[in-house]
Design a protein. Structure first.
Length: 316
């Protein structure tokens, strides 16, 4: 049985060796990225059983991603390498530790080869949580159809569905993002959303109004991520506000939201209280931004225990 199941388009990430405009950068490091994939990796490192559904190009980059993900302990039995589609790539532009631009090259994403009839229902129904992101449906229209098919399948088998809108305005317009993601809300049990995304999706990021709008949509468990001000969460009438971690050096903000999601999903599997869940998710996100890379900062369970002061780290 899987704890966490997700679906997404992976990318090979090219990280610049120096800061500044890309036209002045001569060398890059090759890494693996992808919002939903980062969450699966984060969950796996924390000790959960995670599965990832995807399509990769049958090329060297696709093989690189496949081997990397498998090495992270994520189940890749539902990942296929397909001919005729190049594995997606993107380049980061680091202007400072907190200002990062992304340039995507995924117009011919291998996920275009998805066929809903190939989705293994027996595989899906064994999971406890089906986690989705707004990135996957933003990549192409085929993915929108696949997502809706999987959401219906997940609800048929009583999976808990979690959504991180993760709106990428370089991939679709605010209007298209809002229309598509609102159509998914009837299937969603838990919403993890940032303030800017809440403004797009629900027209408000004020906590009390946010809770009202989410409740109107039939969702009774949600977290509003508020950056350096922490996060506000509510569940079945309970509400908490948990501050962020400020005693860290910010190195790379990319992947913070994915880290938060992984930490929160872990807490849900553990059955923790709302406050403990948000506290842990905030801590995972803080750990992520203290390390350069999309998923390099995603911690293992033991690292989180040291980070939270529950275990003493030995450095030499």
């Amino acid at each position: 049985m899987l704890d966490i199941l997700t679906i997404g388009d992976a990318l090979v990430s090219f990280n610049p060796s120096t800061t500044g405009p890309l036209r002045f950068v001569n060398t890059f490091e090759r890494k693996v990225g992808g919002a939903e994939l980062n969450v699966a990796i984060g969950c796996s490192r924390l000790g959960l059983k995670a599965g990832w559904i995807s399509r990769l190009g049958k090329d060297e980059f696709g093989k690189y991603v496949y081997n990397f993900v498998r090495g992270e302990g994520v189940d890749v039995s539902q990942v296929k390498l397909v001919e005729g589609y190049p594995t997606s790539i993107y380049f980061k532009e680091l202007l400072s530790s907190e200002k990062v631009n992304s340039y995507y090259y995924r117009q011919q994403s291998p996920t275009l080869s998805f066929n809903i009839n190939e989705i293994d229902e027996d595989y899906v129904k064994q999971a406890k949580i089906f986690h989705i992101s707004g990135v996957f449906p933003a990549v192409n229209d085929v993915n929108k159809e696949v997502m809706l098919h999987l959401l219906k399948m997940a609800k048929k088998h009583n999976l808990t569905v979690t959504l991180d809108p993760n709106i990428r305005l370089k991939l679709w317009s605010p209007e298209e993002a809002r229309e598509t993601l609102l159509s998914y809300l009837p299937y969603v049990d838990v919403l993890l959303i940032g303030e800017e995304e809440a403004e797009i999706l629900l027209r408000t990021s004020e906590p009390d109004q946010f809770i009202q709008e989410v409740t109107k949509a039939g969702i009774h468990h949600a977290v509003l991520k508020q950056g350096e001000r922490g996060a506000t969460a509510f569940k079945d009438g309970d509400k908490v506000n948990v501050p962020a971690h400020h005693d860290i050096d910010v190195v790379d903000v990319i992947g913070a939201g994915d880290g938060f999601a992984a930490g929160y999903l872990y807490s849900m599997i553990q059955g923790w209280t709302l406050e403990k869940s948000v506290t842990f998710a905030n801590a995972v996100a803080a750990h992520v931004i203290s390390v350069k890379g999309d998923n390099e900062g995603l911690p293992y369970k033991e690292e989180m225990e040291i980070f939270l002061g529950k275990r003493k780290g030995i450095s030499r």
